[in-house]
Ligand binder design. Structure first.
Ligand code: PLP
Length: 396
């Protein structure tokens, strides 16, 4: 058909000419490349894209410009070479583990870690013949011994344990893992986009559902590391298929514009509420890394950019039924997740300790009176008033 032949409206609507911008003309807001397919004019160029010999896109499960822009931004913030974004934070964890482990390998992980990571290890990975070492972060000798096992391949840990808000023994893990060639994966969701240059880990994982997107309206995840690791992981990720949608990537990129502002306000609110809660007569203890009483306050102060926006509060009344109380917040809503602009409340044992034995619960510092708070950007006086009325419901 000649280029000049008029097209019928039905055809025209499906073959709209793309608007290509010149090099010196670009949008200040990243456009959403909401397209599954990308074409090229010449087959040789297509082959080069397939072989990774030139930049370009072909199919969004393999790569998309909007998603790629998010990957580049987050790699830069985290101080790594590359990243691979996924549909959720859990997809980043599970896809990374599946790409690095095979039958007979050993994964080391912790009772203080995010529960779905533990559940994935103990159900899926175990069934695939992967061996598991489940330890406490406080068990330094156990960590050393597990890392020295000849089948040890990967250690997964978090920059702040959930919900205890303890720092891992980073130097010990990184040094011993290096010595034995074990890959270190740090789930950095709670600490945000800050690196640990003096103790570099191999891979960082983030749930972008939390602080990155920040508004509780989109899910995403990412694994960040050097190019070699990310290329290897992406081969599995492409086939697992939990790709981040371009529209979700756009929303997360938009969220990132206010990430630092939001986080500063969240941390300031959390610090003030932690100090106030600590003095409340019905409160037994507050775990917040910004409090001098926190056993690892000095570690957080010297190594972390901030103290985060999560609090773990235990009450003096150990017979309290939290179920009657956590639904009564005017502002603090009972909901999963964290890191959004609004404050949230959860009974910690129910949400985070269900798969732990009694002794593991004690080791993890979780009892029936433990409440996890995620602090938002609201006015701190309003948040205090809400916590005051909630605590007034706790019997003496
Ligand atoms: N890692 C941590 C520490 C988390 O708290 C969460 C979610 O709460 C995830 C990973 C999983 O993220 P997503 O809910 O985006 O799958």
């Amino acid at each position: 058909m000649s280029e000049t032949t008029a097209l019928a409206p039905e055809t025209l609507c499906n073959h709209i000419a793309p608007i290509l911008l010149s090099d010196d003309n670009y949008p200040l807001s990243m456009p959403i490349y909401q397209s599954v397919k990308f074409s090229v004019k010449n087959f040789d160029e297509l082959k080069k894209i397939f072989r990774g010999e030139r930049a370009g896109y072909f199919y969004t499960r393999h790569g998309n410009p909007t998603v790629h822009q998010l990957e580049m931004l987050l790699a830069q913030l985290q101080g790594t070479e590359a990243g691979w974004a996924t549909a959720t934070g859990v997809a980043a964890i599970t896809g990374t583990l599946l790409s690095l482990l095979k039958s007979g390998d050993r994964l080391i992980y912790f009772i203080e870690s995010y529960r779905p990571s533990r559940v994935f290890a103990e159900h899926t990975l175990k069934n695939l013949g992967i061996k598991l070492s489940r330890l406490s972060m406080r068990d330094h000798e156990g960590i050393k011994a597990a890392l020295a096992l000849p089948d040890a391949k990967v250690i997964l840990f978090e920059s702040m344990s959930n919900p205890q808000l303890q720092a891992p023994p980073l130097d010990l893990i990184v040094t011993e893992a290096r010595r034995h060639g074990v890959c270190t994966i740090l789930d950095n969701t709670f600490a945000g986009f800050q690196g640990f240059q003096d103790a570099p880990v191999d891979l960082y994982i983030h749930s972008l559902t939390k602080f990155a997107s920040g508004h509780g309206d989109v899910m995403g995840g990412i694994v960040l590391g050097d190019r070699k690791h990310i290329e290897h992981i992406s081969e599995t990720m492409v086939h697992l298929g939990a790709t981040l949608d371009p529209h979700a990537a756009y929303l997360i990129l938009r969220g990132m514009k206010t990430y630092h502002l939001r986080r500063r306000q969240q941390v300031a609110n959390a610090q003030e509420l932690a100090l106030w809660l600590q003095r409340h007569p019905k409160v037994e203890a507050v775990q917040y890394p910004g409090l001098h009483e926190h056993p690892q306050h000095a570690t957080f102060a010297s190594r972390y950019q901030d103290f985060g926006s999560m609090l773990l509060v235990t009450l003096k009344n150990k017979k309290v039924s939290l179920e009657q109380i956590v639904t009564e917040g005017r502002l603090f809503k009972l909901a999963a997740s964290l890191g959004s602009t609004e404050s949230l409340i959860t009974p910690a044992l129910f949400f985070f300790g269900g798969d732990l034995s009694e002794s593991e619960r004690v080791a993890a510092g979780l009892d029936g009176s433990a409440i996890r708070l995620s602090i938002g950007i609201e006015d701190v006086a309003d948040l205090k008033a809400d916590l005051k009325q909630l605590l007034a419901r706790v019997p003496d």
